[in-house]
Ligand binder design. Structure first.
Ligand code: 4AD
Ligand code: MG
Length: 479
């Protein structure tokens, strides 16, 4: 007999044909004469109700608890109960795997997200995480779709990198050297010539520099890979291992870069609305429940679906760093000293409290800040004529803060070299990067979208640890 999935079964009519469904038991309830089993197989957030009457042996039913896996043969019948149109009247049930209720951590009740993080290996089996990871998949697919439709080539940039100059964050070392008897140089440093690659290597913090090389031949490229940052930031927005999407476009200036970023984010939000409706409706309700427990002034004004719709329908606000600085300096929370970090001197980086003020209070929509002071941005960003700011952009989202960071790149060899000198980046390490400015250089731009921050936004979840299957954060690499 052919197995069908729950998603398909729930869309069928009642019929005489026997069908087979397999899945995991969410709940079992009932009386002596009849049991009702909620069965889920991950194909949809919805369960199918399996009705087991007296024809199913007592000793089989006794093995069926929350978490057990079963295979059911039966007929799809019109449901007598409310809540579902169709249910499965069992003719035979095979228990594939038991789950001892004394030991199985997931009970048919609401568990805290903290508890589920400690049981990340099982949390896929809850409604919330089933929905999150189906949405995460849909976003992966939609990203490739978006770039493919626009004629971009996906490039796979290295995960182990031999250049540590990007400056995007602290790095994780990759080495096979003996940790106890580490070979040393005459000066007493580690002798990396004896290491696997014959030089110091790390896990990448970004694929950008390599992606630029590809863009300067293929025209339009993007990367979608894991990135690693050994920063000790224990926040709800940071992971030590996260996924990043980095498009890079030859002949594009920063305005085109911003257009691409807005286009992509709007496409992804509308893809989610069109393809993940049931999961989003579930997550929307979940969010509304969460909001009820918050103080009134901390509550979000919009529901999840409303928020996605809003992003699709509204142009993002574009302002320069200096404009944002003026707004923040004269803002109420700054004058009343409500910000933890007060805005005083021009040139300081904005903190997330400032970003959230601009997005959530001032403009009430996504904001793109451009033209940051050069000293708080990377060496490769294009210098403006004022000599003080660079052609950078950060896209800020409600509830998230920075979701995208990007820039127009410095394509002028002499200016790039002097920026590297200013920032103590040795030319010989980036000889290949400088070559691209020596031979056929062109204006070009790109950005990086933090994939988990996108999934946070689209699912309405509050902690980045809950939108990646097995999060890596300081002091935590379980599973
Ligand atoms: O702003 P970032 O550091 O930019 C770059 O790495 C550039 N090379 C991108 C480019 O122009 N090609 O990182 C880009 C995005 C951030 O806006 C944020 O969404 C995400 O990556 N991000 C993180 N997400 C989770 N955990 C972390 N520790 C993150 N650090 C950055
Ligand atoms: Mg950034």
């Amino acid at each position: 007999m052919n197995r069908i999935e729950v998603k398909e079964a729930l869309n069928l009519e009642a019929g005489e044909n026997l069908v087979n469904l397999k899945g995991w038991v969410r709940t079992k309830r009932g009386s002596k004469n009849v049991s009702f089993i909620a069965l889920n197989d991950g194909s949809t957030i919805n369960n199918i109700q399996v009705v087991a009457e007296n024809n199913i042996a007592e000793d089989i039913l006794k093995l069926i608890h929350t978490g057990a896996s079963i295979s059911v043969n039966g007929k799809l019948v019109q449901s007598k109960g409310s809540g579902q149109a169709i249910e499965l009247l069992a003719e035979s049930i095979e228990v594939l795997g038991v789950a001892n209720p004394e030991e199985y951590p997931l009970q048919p009740k609401k568990h805290s997200l903290e508890f589920l993080r400690e049981n990340a290996h099982l949390r896929f089996r809850t409604n919330t995480f089933g929905a999150i990871f189906r949405v995460r998949h849909a976003m992966t697919f939609a990203i490739h779709n978006f770039f493919n439709q626009k004629g971009f080539s996906n490039v796979h940039t290295p995960i182990i990198t031999g250049s540590d100059c990007e400056g995007a964050g602290e790095m994780f070392a990759v080495s096979t050297l003996d940790k106890v008897n580490t070979p040393l140089t005459e000066e007493g440093g580690v002798d990396y010539t004896q290491d696997f690659f014959g030089k110091e290597t790390n896990l990448t913090v970004s694929g950008q520099l390599e992606a630029e090389m590809a863009a300067l031949a293929l025209g339009k490229v993007y990367t979608f890979g894991p990135t690693f940052r050994a920063e000790n930031s224990n926040t709800s927005r940071h992971l030590a291992e996260f996924w990043m999407i980095e498009p890079e476009v030859a002949f594009a200036d920063l305005n085109e870069d911003m257009d691409l970023a807005q286009d992509m984010l709007q496409y992804l939000c509308s893809y989610a609305l069109n393809h993940c409706r049931e999961d989003l409706e579930f997550l929307d309700k979940r969010l509304q429940e969460e909001e009820k427990h918050k103080k009134k002034e901390e509550r979000q004004e919009m529901g999840l679906i409303e928020k996605l719709q809003f992003v699709i329908e509204n142009d993002f606000e574009r302002i320069t760093y200096t404009e944002a600085y003026d707004i923040l300096r004269n803002s109420k929370p700054n004058k009343k000293k409500k910000f933890k970090y007060l805005i005083e001197e021009w040139g300081a980086d904005f903190q997330s409290e400032h970003e959230r003020y601009l997005v959530e209070k001032k403009f009430k929509k996504p904001v793109i800040i451009t033209d940051y002071p050069k000293d708080i941005k990377a060496f490769y960003m294009r210098m403006n004529d004022d000599g003080k700011t660079v052609r950078a952009m950060d896209v800020l989202f409600p509830g998230i803060g920075e979701i995208i960071g990007g820039s127009q790149r410095e394509e002028r060899l002499d200016i790039l070299k002097s920026r590297m000198q200013e920032m103590d980046i040795p030319e010989h390490e980036l000889w290949w990067y400088l070559d691209s400015r020596k031979f056929g250089t062109v204006p070009h731009s790109g950005f990086g979208l933090g994939f988990e921050r996108l999934v946070l936004f689209v699912t309405g979840m509050g902690n980045i640890r809950d939108v990646i299957p097995f999060p890596r954060t300081p002091k935590n690499a379980d599973f």
